[in-house]
Design a protein around this ligand. Sequence first.
Ligand SMILES: O=C(O)[C@@H](CO)OP(=O)(O)O
Ligand SMILES: [Mn+2]
Ligand SMILES: [Mn+2]
Length: 548
Amino acid sequence: MEELKKSTVFEGPEGPVVLVIMDGVGIGKNPESDYVKIASTPNLDWLRENAVYTEVKAHGKAVGLPDDGDMGNSEVGHNAIGCGRVFSQGAALVGDAIKSGSMFDGAVWKELVANAVEKDSALHFIGLFSDGNVHSNLNHLEAMLKKAKEEGVKKARIHALIDGRDVPPTSALEYVDRFDAFLAEVNDGTVDYCIASGGGRMNITMDRYDADWSMVERGWNAHLKAEGRTFASMREAIETFRAEKPGILDQDLPAFVIERDGAPVGPIIDGDSVIFFNFRGDRSLEITKAFEADELTEFDRGPKPDVIYAGMMQYDGDLDVPKKYLVSPPAIDRTMSEYLSASGVKQFAVSETQKYGHVTYFFNGNNSGKFETETWKEIPSDVCPFEDAPRMKADEITEEVVAAIKSGEYKFIRLNYPNGDMVGHTGVVSAVRVAVEAVDEGVGKIMEALKEANGIMVCSADHGNSDDMCELDKKTFELKLDDEGKCKPKTAHSLNPVPAIVFDPSGVSNARKADVEDAGIANLAATCITLLGYEPPADYTPSLVTVG
Ligand SMILES: O=C(O)[C@@H](CO)OP(=O)(O)O
Ligand SMILES: [Mn+2]
Ligand SMILES: [Mn+2]
């Protein structure tokens, strides 16, 4: 890895460059739905007027997603910020692999199908049951089922993780109806394909960063041991849970198991084949470990199942996880962390558990290994509903950053404040306000510390969320109202741009807005490198500021 060239016009500030990623804090289109605007944010307001301020794209093609109708998300957002370029991401790569047929020509697909056909065993699909395109897409599942049928797989079982986080909060039955219609066509008497188990994605299976393994355990018990409340159909399960707990969001629904003639229709058993069809890694790594590890200490899994397991994609390039996968991930290389390490720049990365992997593993191109000059710090997240504690660990993150600035140890510091996103996903707007205010306070303290240390802050976000808490008309951006005239809550990310702020209190960089066309969050890498006093790599998207 070559070193970065020192800039000839600016040698970098005396203190560090601090990159603040305010997760899920975008710029809304309707003031009534924009809780970043509604919250009291004196520091961000001041920065908008007085610092170098730009708005950049954080969704769609600007972050490597198939379409500009795709909202941004943390994976593609942190990948783009960390590697300074735009790569085609999982959603696009899997779609392409299905379209071209390369997925089905691959050895892994062939092995899974052959196993099911030869042993007359079941082919299972576990994954997020929506078309949110953040972790998965139902189109991919349907395409794989069609192909499996063509290739002679007689029995397929689907373990459906209910979304309501990348799609409207109580939209599950729309997907059930769509999928039931699909299955009705597929099940023409020659095959037996059906849903076997499931539950809400924030209740089972899709935990991340070791935050709460009991989620994985509940999912495991439903998918493999058929433990959970039994129902005749997924529709019946959802309707029953909703009637019992009015107001429950899809993402929180309990586990369910489908029974037919008094027996569960499809627990995963020895001899079966299993595809975890999410392409995004963070929430796939734990369930993958449960399938692949020879010994598992996180919960009582029982004996390791004797199945062939594959992920949709490689989830961790450093650890080579999973062992088998259907589609190769984006070849993200030469991240800014690697360049800075090669150039001897000491780096510090910090967040709390829920976003720790975002600012480390996603930031470094979905690799969990550290570069030589990096120090990573994880602050344990509380395991509780985030609307009940909307400040989350913002204060602790700020303290760590301020200490890192004061220590003089690091030249580049990056952090993620989860609040705007994690609380935004709950749909509880009073809590979202508190969440955004906690982030603003943190930003203020970092600004103070940087004034003292003569450092520079770059403050931005990976995508929007809190800026868009109600469903809006796609064209007019007016509130969509329900029958009672109330706004419809929204829990998903937004398509909005995000701020990109450069605050240089000493003025040493003389940073001014550069003329960048179609700026996106990928431009932040070159921006930070420029502010550190280096020339960004030639193929990085350009810096948002000119210095010197
Ligand atoms: O919680 C998550 O998994 C996603 C939404 O699906 O959010 P983020 O991309 O911000 O991590
Ligand atoms: Mn995010
Ligand atoms: Mn999110």
